[in-house]
Design a protein around this ligand. Structure first.
Ligand SMILES: [Zn+2]
Length: 236
């Protein structure tokens, strides 16, 4: 199986679809203030995690950076709602996108590159074709054009890893805030043993990249072109 990273169109003058949206996520963890790293927040998000039954969820709508202690307190509130094998980090978002949309959307929407939405017909096609790892969550986007099909965000769980040989500047983990990571290498590949067998969409640990299978690309292409660039990611 071949795999591809999703990228937004590089040339906005040549896009085919007019659709745009503005949205915030329903809940989030705050960013973190760190005496060594300054304030930071990650981009990780789990749209399928529903915090509406959490009594303290009103403290989870503000991403303003907090001390490591307060950050840890709020993370502990959320932890039971997230599958234990999945990481959470400062700034992590939960629940659906909520906002407004305008214009017409193609089958797949990648904007920004760490969020992927599909039109309702694309969701039905992916699920009907039996693709695996497709976790659609309806985006709560108000649109004046009532004829437009609803959009569904696909949750990209960070299950794969980049191959360690392509990472050239890994930072040691910060003892104060737990920050770690590296610059996204321009030439990169997936670590073969980390690729989740059979899944057609997943994220890549410690990056904001979303990866889809060749089967995903072939399936959604049946609905015509999208404003998405599929960049092949070798597996080694
Ligand atoms: Zn730090």
């Amino acid at each position: 199986m071949r795999y591809f990273e999703l990228e937004e169109p590089s040339d906005l003058d040549s896009v085919l679809w007019s659709g745009t949206y503005r949205a915030m996520r329903k809940w989030c963890l705050p960013g973190i203030t760190c005496p060594r790293c300054d304030a930071w927040a990650g981009m990780l998000a789990y749209p399928s995690v529903d915090l509406s039954s959490l009594p303290e969820n009103d403290s989870l709508t503000d991403g303003w950076p907090q001390s490591p202690e307060e950050s840890a307190r709020r993370a502990a509130l959320v932890r039971p709602f997230v599958p234990p094998e999945l990481p959470i980090e400062p700034g992590c978002g939960f629940g659906p996108l909520v906002g407004t949309a305008r214009g017409r959307f193609g089958p797949v929407i990648v904007w920004p590159s760490w969020q992927v939405l599909v039109r309702e017909d694309a969701r039905d096609l992916l699920q009907g074709a039996g693709l695996q790892g497709i976790i659609p969550v309806r985006a709560e986007l108000r649109n004046r054009r009532t004829k437009e099909l609803p959009l569904y965000e696909l949750e990209a769980r960070p299950l794969a890893k980049l191959h360690p040989a392509c990472i050239y500047d890994r930072e040691p983990t910060c003892p104060f805030c737990g920050r770690h990571g590296f610059t996204l290498p321009p030439k990169r590949s997936l670590l073969g043993e980390s690729v989740p067998t059979g899944l057609d969409l997943f994220g890549v640990e410690e990056t904001t990249r979303i990866v889809v299978s060749e089967r995903f690309v072939d399936t959604v292409s049946q609905l015509g072109p999208s404003d998405v660039f599929y960049r092949e990611l070798p597996v080694e």
